[in-house]
Design a protein around this ligand. Structure first.
Ligand code: NCD
Length: 340
């Protein structure tokens, strides 16, 4: 369990380690990161610090946003992006890799295909480790950025996280982002969970049981139309085909639920927020989240990715103990942004 006053030196391995006040603190620090994320201000508060980004599974936004977040605080980033390119293929243990890398870095982000591997790595590391996704298990920083997005989207619509109704849609068995977000939401009050999946890809029973035990309403659906009715948030996910025992089995579930503008118009409230951890599968056979929603103002997927920078900056600032000294290390911005 995280110490209540500070995160200094802590690993971030599972959302289960947080209490609500920890989440409030992360979000308060994330709010202060916006001018730096938007390059209106520059800080060098992590000058001299090194992040090792160890991604042993495909990743685009998680890896780049952890790296960018660290750079935006003034730190430097080293990366390994393939198991093939690391000594793990030579038979090196996670223990040895952790002992070596933690001598080269001040913090490590790691993604690995096996559940529990990042915790095993962290146990041998001499520096804090952030879980960037361990197989089908957990993805805590994604859940934090999703929850931060939900909070902002609900506030903009006059609502809150408490009393929310959220539909999780798709592969809820292997989807680690959905697992971590469900657990995190379970810490709030009176949430209605609408779990929309084929029976074989349902949310793990221990998560459902824990949510019910905490007093939340959990309903399961195998029809998209029935499940999204009356939800404030739709959290759409892709079939995690890389986790299936065979490609044939994954193919069986591809394209089963397709959210598009027509379905949305017919079955959702005009203010229902659409989220997805991304990547969405835009191949013709899948399309769980159709491109025709791109102009829907309630599509929050790119607000999620932007928010990911703020939340990851907050995690680094808290873990390395600089959350309150960021402004003291500001520099003038010498260049003009051409961003549109
Ligand atoms: C997710 C993941 O890797 O679990 N992606 C991400 O980090 N944003 C979801 C997915 O791959 O479907």
């Amino acid at each position: 369990m995280i110490k209540t006053s500070s995160f200094e030196g802590d690993h971030i391995l599972s959302v289960g380690q947080f209490q609500r006040e920890n989440i409030d603190r992360i979000f308060a620090v994330a709010d202060t990161m916006e001018p730096y994320a938007q390059r209106r201000r520059i800080t060098r508060v992590l000058e001299g610090a090194i992040l090792s980004n160890m991604f042993f599974e495909p990743s685009t936004r998680t890896r780049i946003s952890f790296g960018s977040a660290f750079n935006l605080l003034g730190g430097e980033v080293r990366e390994t992006t393939e198991v093939k390119a690391s000594s793990l293929t030579k038979g090196e243990s996670l223990y040895d890799t952790a002992r070596v890398l933690s001598g080269y870095s001040d913090v490590i982000c790691m993604r690995h295909p096996q559940a529990g591997s990042v915790a095993e790595f962290a146990a041998a590391s001499r520096v804090p480790v952030i879980n960037g996704g361990d197989g089908p298990n957990e993805h805590p920083s994604q859940a934090l950025l999703d929850l931060y997005t939900i909070r902002r989207e609900m506030q903009a619509r006059g609502g809150s996280i408490d009393n929310l109704s959220i539909a999780f849609i798709g592969d809820l068995k292997y989807g680690r982002a959905a697992h971590s977000l469900s657990k995190l939401l379970g810490m709030f009050s009176n949430i209605t969970f609408k779990l929309v999946s084929p029976k074989a890809l349902a949310t793990p029973l221990e998560i459902v049981d824990a949510l019910r035990a905490a007093g939340h309403s959990v309903e399961e659906f195998d029809s998209l139309e029935a499940g999204i009715h009356n939800a404030d948030i739709l959290y759409v996910t892709r079939t995690q085909e890389e986790r299936f025992p065979s490609q044939e089995e994954a193919d069986r579930y591809r394209g089963l639920f397709r959210l598009n503008q027509e379905v949305y118009t017919q079955h959702c409230e005009p203010s229902t927020v659409i989220m997805h951890p991304l990547p969405r599968d835009s191949r013709a056979a899948a399309q769980e989240l159709d491109d025709d929603l791109n102009s829907n103002p309630n599509l929050a997927i790119f607000r999620q990715t932007d928010n990911g920078i703020l939340v990851r900056m907050a995690l680094f600032a808290l873990i390395l103990g600089v959350a309150d000294t960021v402004t003291a290390y500001e520099r003038p911005v010498p260049w003009k942004s051409t961003r549109r």
